[in-house]
Write a protein that binds this ligand. Structure first.
Ligand code: 13P
Length: 249
């Protein structure tokens, strides 16, 4: 069976004290779960979060990293730096990185390579904007995002890859894809992988849905056969909401 995952992407929210408060609350609530549970605080709070959550079933993951090993890249963070503060998983390709920080498929392919070369697990995000959805071009867009950043990999790399379909029009808007829209796209994603890497790889990759997942819709979305969990933004900032979503499995 595929690994089920619920990951909270905190984005640029929560200072150190707020991080500690939220984590302490999550730690008391989330004891066991059918899903792997992860939270992605901002870089400056990763070490503290890692220390606080040591020995629990909640993994601390990073929101981004640079592709270079080290060097003159002011303001950037490398895979090795993440690993040195206990991080084993990194989110790459989030639409906010693509949109506001000009991360192209080409850059993302390099980041994926660097993460995998450093034994980090990657949660690779992609998704179409509203215009693509409206014009019926969403599968083409998603297909090429996957192809451009991941098709150069070897099949065995996929043991360290999780995919996250996040339609841009559903992020932070309160407008969720319907469970059927999510299922249709996830099935398409799995087929795209199967065509390139074979059915075994495709059937074993966890594909998460992200975009306005809340306690009241998580169950319906997670119930779909090709949806293996969620990447949660806003609702991950509230301990009760995140706990309810984790329990939706
Ligand atoms: P929201 O859950 O706030 O829509 O954000 C989703 C997201 O971008 C997770 O990475």
């Amino acid at each position: 069976m595929r690994q089920q995952i619920v990951a909270g992407n905190w984005k640029m929210n929560n200072d150190l004290a707020q991080t500690e408060t939220l984590i302490t609350s999550l730690k008391t609530k989330i004891k066991t779960s059918n899903a792997e549970v992860m939270i992605a605080p901002t870089f400056t709070n990763l070490w503290q979060a890692y220390q606080t959550l040591k020995g629990t079933d909640i993994e601390v993951i990073a929101q981004n990293m640079h592709f270079a090993e080290n060097g003159a890249y002011t303001g950037e963070i490398s895979a090795r730096m993440l690993k040195s503060v206990g991080v084993k998983t990194v989110i790459l390709g989030h639409s906010e990185r693509r949109e506001y920080f000009n991360e192209t498929d080409e850059i993302l392919a390099k980041k994926v390579d660097a993460a995998l070369a450093n034994d980090l697990r990657v949660i690779f995000c992609f998704g179409e904007v509203l215009a693509d959805r409206k014009s019926g071009n969403h599968e083409n867009v998603v297909g090429s995002q996957i192809k451009n950043a991941l098709f150069h990999l070897q099949a065995w790399h996929f043991k360290n890859i999780v995919l996250a379909y996040e339609p841009v029009w559903a992020i932070g808007t309160g407008e969720t894809a319907t469970a059927e829209q999510a299922q249709d796209m996830h099935a398409f994603i799995r087929k795209t992988l199967a065509d390139q890497f074979g059915h075994e790889i495709a059937n074993n990759v966890s594909i998460l849905y992200g975009g306005s997942v809340k306690p009241n819709n998580a169950n319906e979305i997670f119930d779909k056969p090709d949806v293996d969990g969620g990447l949660i933004g806003g609702a991950a900032l509230n301990a009760d909401d995140f706990y309810a979503i984790v329990n939706a499995f």
